[in-house]
Write a protein that binds this ligand. Structure first.
Ligand code: TLP
Length: 353
């Protein structure tokens, strides 16, 4: 890592470890479209085992995994119920509409945590006037809601009630290992009632590329075809999957440190005049802060931080996000807090002059 830079933009920015690079160099490969890449096959088997599922599929990105799942679960003209801040709704290039021909039906919920009570009024059956619900999609942890975690009973209830209504439930589990660490429950236990799960190897787990879909054999066979439609038949992808295997086996161990660093950041931010944050809401590796009272927009603060080697993105003009990961240590967090403090102090001085 470049010592001069503290990159808090996302946990996607992690660089492969020396062990990953070695494994990549030495990976046994084959043509994965022919199912002949032994390293991809091993990664898919390990992912399925880890989640207690029949099968797994290596995909290029979280977006590809989510969108393949949505395509498999739905038919054009249906609705997909999700939380208002869901990644599938806000960040995936409107692919639910563009690729699956479905309308997202966003529902707001406190901390991004939907309940069956909130979902039920939005579920539509067969009607002569309105689109039918085809899928419910949850996100755990919720990115835009600040890394919040679904209590398992709430997610389980949504799945049970949805199934009783004949609806499948997909999990955008990009950061499900963070949820698992926070709750002290295995990912298999946490996700057992979902019809399909996407999780990312290339976020906190540290792989350079790739995400996984897990589910039944039948679901994964369908998703495989959709992956090909999306241009995701990656041939000798074992080069990448080799790093993914290390991320899957060893990545989760580092997450408690990321969570401690996020808590440290949140507590430090709460001490900085002008910043509004509730540290009690920071339970995983994502920190959202409100900068309204600083007199600067988040984008301006972002620019000033960048000039001093601290990278953090504005999400809206009023809010910023900081994400901890294995390539940022405690010293980096301390520096980020110090620099932000100085920037805001200087801005207050200018405003007062
Ligand atoms: N999130 C990225 C950005 O797209 C916002 C980030 O920096 O956090 N689900 C969730 C919950 C995500 O946060 C992301 C990525 C994805 C899916 C998509 O993963 P990729 O980027 O691999 O397509």
């Amino acid at each position: 890592m470049d010592q001069a830079i503290v990159d808090l933009r996302s946990d996607t920015v992690t660089k492969p470890t020396p062990a990953m690079r070695r494994a990549m160099a030495e990976a046994e490969v084959g043509d994965d479209v022919y199912r002949e890449d032994p390293t991809v096959n091993r990664l898919q088997e390990r992912a399925a085992e880890t989640f207690g599922r029949e099968a797994g599929l290596y995909v290029a990105s979280g977006t590809m995994g989510n969108q393949a799942a949505i395509k498999v679960h739905t038919r054009p003209g249906q609705e997909v119920i999700c939380e208002q801040r869901a990644h599938i709704f806000n960040f995936e290039m409107a692919m639910t509409a563009a690729f699956s021909g479905c309308l997202a039906r966003p529902v707001w919920a406190e901390d991004g945590i939907l309940t069956w009570e909130r979902i039920a009024p939005e579920v539509r059956g067969r009607s002569d006037h309105r689109a039918r619900t085809g899928l419910i999609a949850l996100e755990n942890t919720s990115n835009l809601a600040g890394g919040s975690v679904y209590p398992m009973a709430i997610a389980d209830e949504i799945c049970e009630r949805a199934h009783a209504a004949g609806l499948p439930v997909h999990l955008d589990g990009a950061r499900i290992f963070n949820a698992s660490v926070q709750l002290g429950l295995s990912v298999a236990e946490l996700t057992k009632k979902f019809d399909s799960v996407m999780f990312c190897l290339s976020k906190g787990l540290g792989a350079p590329v790739g995400s996984m879909l897990v589910g039944s054999k039948e679901f994964i066979e369908e998703a495989r075809l959709v992956r090909k439609m999306l241009g995701g038949g990656m041939r000798q992808a074992g080069i990448l999957a080799a790093a993914g295997l290390i991320a899957l086996e060893e990545g989760p161990r580092h997450l408690p440190v990321d969570h401690e660093n996020a808590r440290f950041l949140a507590n430090g931010l709460a001490e900085i005049p002008g910043i509004t944050i509730n540290p009690a809401k920071v339970v995983t590796n994502i920190v959202f802060l409100d900068v309204t009272k600083t007199g600067l927009t988040s984008f301006e603060i972002s620019k000033r931080l960048l000039a001093q080697g601290i990278l953090a993105n504005g999400v809206t003009a009023e809010t910023m996000r900081m994400v901890t990961h294995r390539d940022v240590d405690r010293t980096g967090c301390e520096r980020a807090l110090r620099v932000l403090h100085e920037i805001l102090k200087a801005a207050r001085g200018v405003a007062a002059a």
